[in-house]
Design a protein. Structure first.
Length: 169
């Protein structure tokens, strides 16, 4: 299922983003997103594989943590907000055709508000690959900063060197 043609031509408007629980149709759509070049590391497995392995937003124990983000009826991104013992982890994905248009920053600012509202005493953090300067700059504009030295980690998307970024208070 592809994006509606109106969505592909959508210019960045300053209207509100809307969020809701991620639907099965949206999960399928997100699994079909394909990123260019080095960003292809963010391509997800097929929906059927994720469902079978119960990973990510197809994990029944965690799927309630995932939200889809829309503007003017278009799916522009999704997030994961996971409460941990001492902090709150945020994950974000923006549809390839909406990258570098300010949506990541806008979505992350909304996630920061949600985190502060629901978990006021816990800091929000995320992890980002060190080579992904586009995302690092986006997150900085949304009020996060790099916290500590880069570290190595193996994720479902493969090994990498990451920064931990935390929300500025």
């Amino acid at each position: 299922m592809g994006q509606d043609w109106k969505c592909l031509e959508l210019e960045l408007e300053r209207s509100a983003l809307n969020c809701r629980r991620l639907t099965e149709a949206e999960k399928r759509q997100i699994c079909a997103w394909k990123y260019d070049g080095e960003y292809a590391v963010y391509d997800l497995p097929a929906y059927e594989e994720m469902r079978e392995r119960q990973t990510g937003f197809c994990n029944p124990e965690r799927e309630a943590n995932y939200l889809s983000w829309h503007q003017t009826g278009c799916l522009v991104g999704f997030t994961n907000l996971l409460e941990e013992e001492r902090s709150v982890f945020a994950g974000i994905g923006v549809a390839p055709e909406f990258c570098s248009q300010g949506y990541g920053q806008r979505i992350l600012k909304e996630i920061c508000k949600l985190s502060k509202q629901h978990y006021p005493d816990k800091p929000l953090y995320l992890k980002v690959r060190t080579w992904n300067i586009r995302a690092v700059r986006c997150y900085e504009k949304a009020g996060l900063r790099i916290d500590g030295a880069p570290f190595e980690q193996v994720t479902g998307m493969g090994p990498g060197t990451f920064y931990r970024m935390v929300r500025e208070e």
